[in-house]
Design a protein around this ligand. Structure first.
Ligand SMILES: N[C@@H](CCC(=O)N[C@@H](CS)C(=O)NCC(=O)O)C(=O)O
Length: 235
């Protein structure tokens, strides 16, 4: 039976899984779950993930949630090129795990907070933006960008794990790209090392990166119109 993948390309970890599958020609049955229509809260999807989150996979009855676990499982199961998640070089593997453990409470937590506050909360909940929360998350993201440059990408490392791309790069860049939806200038753009890394990952994963990220550009358009309308209403 085929691998089924539950995802919404609006979701950063879903995009990382999707790009990985496409890059490695892994056949799968797409099972899109539209978050904006609440499809993740249906009884049908809760049978797959009772926590109502995407991404998730069903590999012939083996159901797995959590993007990091999914990416590691797929990399090992499908025997993809070793640079994605090295099997034998334990230190190279640990370097990739290191970023993936870091990212949940740093890149993702703070980037997700900015996106939630600026895009999701005003639209879905019709609640006002909590600007102090946005400012705090943006400040913490500045620290994340500094740590990406000074620790994870130090010594001119082209990718987070070293010489070639890994699942950690997909997760990291997908989180940062989400901010395009709601920030005129993305927070990493003033940092040349991080900016060059993001472009490198985009080039290395073309054309799948662009395809998966089209939705972010669409949300950017909607968000900027919404912001313009709010500003005009204030005049
Ligand atoms: N730690 C999980 C996070 C999954 C997650 O938060 N997914 C979000 C989309 S990015 C979601 O499904 N949100 C639905 C909701 O919060 O209602 C992972 O890495 O897979």
């Amino acid at each position: 039976m085929a691998l089924k993948v539950y995802y919404d390309l609006m979701s950063q970890p879903s995009r990382a899984v999707y790009i990985f599958l496409k890059m490695n020609n892994i056949p799968f049955v797409p099972k899109p779950v539209a978050l904006r229509s609440g499809e993740h809260h249906t009884d049908e999807f809760k049978k797959i993930n009772p926590m109502s989150l995407v991404p998730a996979i069903d590999d012939d009855g083996f159901v797995l949630t959590e993007s990091v676990a999914i990416l590691k499982y797929l990399a090992l199961k499908y025997n993809v090129p070793d640079h994605w998640y090295p099997r034998r070089d334990l230190q190279a593997q640990a370097r990739i795990d290191e970023y993936m453990n870091y990212q949940h409470l740093n890149t993702r937590y703070n980037g997700g907070m900015v996106f939630q506050q600026l895009v999701i909360i005003p639209r879905a909940m019709r609640a006002p933006v909590q600007w102090p929360m946005v400012e705090n998350a943006k400040n913490r993201l500045e620290t994340v960008i500094f740590q990406l440059e000074s620790y994870f990408l130090k010594d001119n490392k082209p990718f987070l794990g070293g010489a070639d791309i890994s699942i950690a790069d997909l997760l990291g860049v997908c989180e940062l790209m989400q901010l395009y939806a709601c920030c005129e200038e993305n927070i990493y753009e003033s940092n040349p090392v991080v900016k060059a890394w993001v472009s490198r990952v985009q080039r290395r994963t073309a054309p799948h990166f662009e395809e998966a990220n089209k939705i972010v550009n669409r949300v950017r358009g909607v968000y900027s119109k919404q912001k313009e309308a709010q500003q005009n209403a204030k005049l």
